[in-house]
Each structure stands twice: as C-alpha cells, then as structure tokens.
Design a protein. Structure first.
Length: 168
C-alpha cells in the first residue's frame, strides 16, 4: 500500500468501531520521507512524502476505511533523561547536547536524548541530574539552528545565558 498523505491524527478522530493496525516506527524513522515498513498485522506500507518533511507523530493516521485505521506508533528506546534544575541549566545542557549535533527531545520539563554512554557519563560528570529510561521520543526540538550574531561578537546563546545566571 502506497501512502503519500496523512489523514489526520487519532487525537482528533473518532475511531469508535474501527480496528487500529499500528505501524511501528523507531524515533529516527519519524522524519523519513520515504520508508517501507510492515504494520503489526503484517500489511506492507510504502511511505512517500516527497514534497515536505513529514515529521510523523504518535497517532498519525495513514489509512482509513469502513472497518480499520492504520496509524503510527513510535517505539520506545533507551534514552538519557535530563532533569534541569532551572532555566540556566536548561540552556546549558541544550547547548552542550546541541553542540554535539545530537537529536534532542522535550517532555514535561525533561530533556530526552537517545542513549549514548559517553554522553551519559559526561552529563553526570558535569553535575546534571540524569537517568537512563526506556521512553518514547515524541517531541523533537529543532536543534539545527545556527548561532545568530547579536552584536559585538555576541551570539544568541551568550545573550540567553546572561538573562538567567545561577544563584550563587
């Protein structure tokens, strides 16, 4: 089955009386434009979103008929959960992770990163509150933004850091 458009999301759709067949995706597959996968019921699906970045999300509906729905579910994975104590620490850890060009996710005042042992050890050594958990990475942060010069060699990051300094 070829899918080129989404039909909506289960959050805004009345699925009463319909069977949901889930298409499981890994977190890194959620931004793929072209993908071949199998649903949990064994149906072959080809995703081809050529005109835009699809950023597939939990519950996105790919197919609907009278009796069934095919929807996306994002699989959980091992990740690093960072619990920043304040906005200064939030900015610092975002900068540290972004500087390594790693994907970053946000959920309920927590930062989530796919697990990498060296990063986990680095964050612990720097004194951040971190833990390892198996979670769904659902809310990606856009981390590919280049630093913007504000004036006199100051970047957007340094300006943010000056706004909120940690209490001494």
């Amino acid at each position: 089955m070829l899918v080129q458009t989404k039909k909506g999301n289960l959050l805004n759709y009345d699925a009463a009386g319909k069977t949901i067949d889930w298409l499981p995706l890994e977190w890194y597959e959620a931004s793929k434009r072209i993908l071949r996968k199998q649903t949990k019921a064994g149906k072959d699906i080809s995703l081809k979103f050529l005109n835009d970045n699809p950023q597939h999300a939990e519950g996105d509906i790919l197919f609907v008929d009278e009796t069934s729905i095919i929807a996306i579910t994002i699989l959980p994975c091992d990740c690093i959960v960072v619990l920043p104590k304040n906005m200064f620490e939030m900015a610092s850890v975002c900068y540290e992770i972004g500087n390594k060009h790693l994907p970053l996710f946000y959920e309920q005042d927590q930062l989530l990163v796919p697990f990498e042992k060296p990063l986990y050890q680095l964050l612990m050594a720097q004194g951040y509150e971190v833990k390892q958990e198996n979670k769904k990475l659902l809310h990606p942060l856009k981390t590919t933004v280049a630093a913007h010069a504000v004036g006199k060699g100051e970047t957007l990051f340094t300006k943010i850091m000056k706004l909120k300094t940690p209490a001494s």
